[in-house]
Design a protein. Structure first.
Length: 275
């Protein structure tokens, strides 16, 4: 009996340091990722007007929440003018990772191509892909991505109908490795509002996005209020584009909308199950 107790005690003594070492290693990796993200956010290649919007978009906190690491294979969906691309490109390049930018093939990547042409050192390694994939252009290989990110885009897919939105989430699910992460930032509609507003206002309900993601096979891992804005009343005739940076009302109530700032946004982290 005594020998069994000695063995059990020895095993416990070994297990505890191993767990502590694992936690320390994880903390070190997170600190390294945060440091490299900070350097990418401070990169001189970023557009000054984009830097001004960091206060609304909180890139350091958002990327940390989604667990983006410099060595990851990252997919940015529908990058538009490349606000996040300006951060993700130097981040993945410095860390030996890979960055795909994916959008409708005929028109969605033109501004990214302009960035590549103007600054090959920063953007030359980007891989362009079509999303949603139709066969018109290259696609992100199935099971290749560690993280897929979409910033304020789900409402665009929703404009095309529920079937198009469901298909987009299915394609995202296919891109990811088992255990991979989908990070979603989106303009947030109040749960009590009429769901019909999703088809014209640019805002989406959290419950709607969660439903689309779960139907595709994702599990909701965590929510964050990093990008929340309680000043946003979400009742504008011209939708979310009334607020900065679009300011569709022009000079009408301009100061009022500038004081509100950019939209109230949900920040949702989903995981593709490992099995």
């Amino acid at each position: 009996m005594r020998s069994l107790l000695i063995v059990a005690s020895t095993a416990l003594a070994i297990t505890i340091p191993a767990a502590a070492m694992s936690q320390a290693r994880h903390a070190s990796e997170e600190a390294h990722a945060a440091h490299m993200a900070s350097e990418a956010i401070a990169a001189p290649t970023r557009t000054p007007a984009n830097v001004e919007r960091d206060k609304y978009r909180n890139p350091a906190e958002t990327l940390a929440f989604f667990g983006v690491k410099p060595g990851n294979t990252v997919v940015e969906l529908w990058p538009g003018g490349g606000w996040y691309t300006e951060i993700l490109a130097p981040l993945t390049k410095a860390g030996g990772g890979t960055l795909y930018v994916a959008a409708p093939w005929e028109r969605g990547l033109n501004r990214i191509k302009e960035k590549q042409a103007a600054d090959a050192a920063t953007y030359g390694a980007l891989k362009l892909a079509e999303f949603p994939a139709t066969g018109a252009g290259p696609q992100v290989p199935d099971g290749s991505a560690d993280v897929v990110l979409t910033f304020r885009n789900v409402h665009n897919w929703r404009f095309g109908g529920a079937d198009n939105t469901a298909n987009a989430f299915k394609q995202i699910f296919a891109m990811l490795k088992p255990g991979g992460t989908l990070g979603v930032v989106e303009h947030r509609l109040n749960e009590s509002d009429d769901a019909a507003k999703e088809e014209k206002s640019g805002y989406m309900k959290e419950s709607s996005i969660i439903a689309f993601a779960e139907a595709a096979g994702f599990k909701l891992a965590e929510k964050s209020e990093i990008n929340a804005n309680p000043k946003d009343t979400k009742d504008y005739e011209k939708g979310v584009w009334t607020l900065p940076p679009n300011l569709r009302e022009g000079d009408t109530d301009r100061e009022k909308y500038l004081a509100i700032g950019e939209s109230d946004r949900m920040t949702l982290k989903f995981v593709k199950p490992a099995s």
